[in-house]
Each structure stands twice: as C-alpha cells, then as structure tokens.
Design a binder for this molecule. Structure first.
Ligand SMILES: [Zn+2]
Length: 190
C-alpha cells in the first residue's frame, strides 16, 4: 500500500514567524490529545498519534487509527504531492492551462522549464513569477493552480503520515491556531 501523507500548508506565515506558529499549533494538538507531546525520531513523523487522534479525521474516516506521526516543517519549502507530477499549471488571470506532461507522462521541457527556474528562485528569495504564455502577465509562482493541487509554496507545513483523511473541522482548528491564516492541503504517497 505504501505510505501516504497529508500536509496542511500555511500560505501566509513568514519564515521568521514559522517556528513560533509551529510551537503554537503543536501545543494545541497536544492539549487536544491529537498527538503525544514527546518528540520521536521515527522516519514517518516526530509526534505520534495521541488518545484523541480521531478529532483530526473527517466524519467518514474514523474507523482506522493513524499508524505514524506528525512532522512540522519550518522554513521556505516547495511542498508537493510526492509520487507523480503535476500534469498542468493554470494561470489565475486568464485560466490558460499549460500542460507540463505529455499523455505518456514525459516532461514537456519547454513548458516546465520556466516553472522549474521560478521554483529555484523562490526557494532562494521567497519571490518568483512565471510569465503566462496566455496573457503575458508575470504571475507570482504561488498564485498558479496545479493539477491535483500538487504544489504549495510556504514556510510552514504540518505533515501527517498515514493518518485518516483530515477533516474540515480539524483544518479549521489548525487555521484558528495559526491566527486565521489561509491554508491548503497537499497530499501524496512515497
Ligand atoms: Zn494568463
């Protein structure tokens, strides 16, 4: 079956704020009994499920317990969906859809290259844009949408390994602990 993850990515946190916000969210999750307070060194998450892990699960998905833990990532990170790739990117201004893979799942190098370059620049500086071939606007990397919500760009992410599908209420709890920041969910397998 492999291992799967779900990462709640904070889209608003700065790299400077991320460690403090991570502590705050971990504090809430420990207080709620969702994760245990002790930090472990397992390959799949540092904070193991607590007695009330089910608070994190959606209403349809509480019949199996998580088998691994939670890792909080701080610092500028290109969060992505693991195995596979984004088949396309879409411009938020003109909705042009730029195919990044062929039907045979080969890279379309000329299409992918500007995004790849922008991702490196974003990792280094926190800012990058890709010129849309449709409307010629320089669109910030973080504003593009991706097939399967494959990418998210942020400085804080909470990565749950082998947990049931995270519920809306739980994602709301995390967003509240983040001071109402916008969040998105990236998921995938390894
Ligand atoms: Zn466009």
């Amino acid at each position: 079956m492999g291992d799967h993850f779900q990462t709640i990515v904070d889209l608003d946190a700065t790299a400077a704020d991320a460690p403090r916000l991570a502590e705050r969210v971990l504090g809430v999750l420990v207080a709620e009994g969702v994760v245990l307070p002790e930090r472990t060194d397992g390959p799949f998450g540092q904070y193991l499920p607590g007695p009330h892990w089910h608070k994190a699960a959606g209403p349809r998905d509480t019949d199996w317990a998580p088998t691994d833990g939670l890792t909080a990532h701080t610092g500028r990170t290109v969060f992505h969906g693991g195995q596979g790739e984004a088949e396309w990117a879409r411009c938020p201004r003109c909705t042009a859809t730029i195919r990044l893979l062929t039907d045979e799942y080969d890279w379309i190098d000329a299409a992918w290259e500007p995004y790849e370059r922008a991702m490196s620049r974003w990792r280094e500086t926190g800012e990058a844009a890709v010129t849309c071939p449709g409307c010629t606007a320089a669109v910030p990397l973080a504003e593009w949408t991706w097939a399967g919500d494959y990418y998210a760009f942020g400085s804080l992410g909470f990565e749950f390994w082998n947990w049931p599908e995270l519920g809306e209420a739980f994602r709301g709890l995390v967003a509240d602990a983040l001071g109402g920041h916008r969040t998105t969910l990236v998921w995938g397998k390894f």
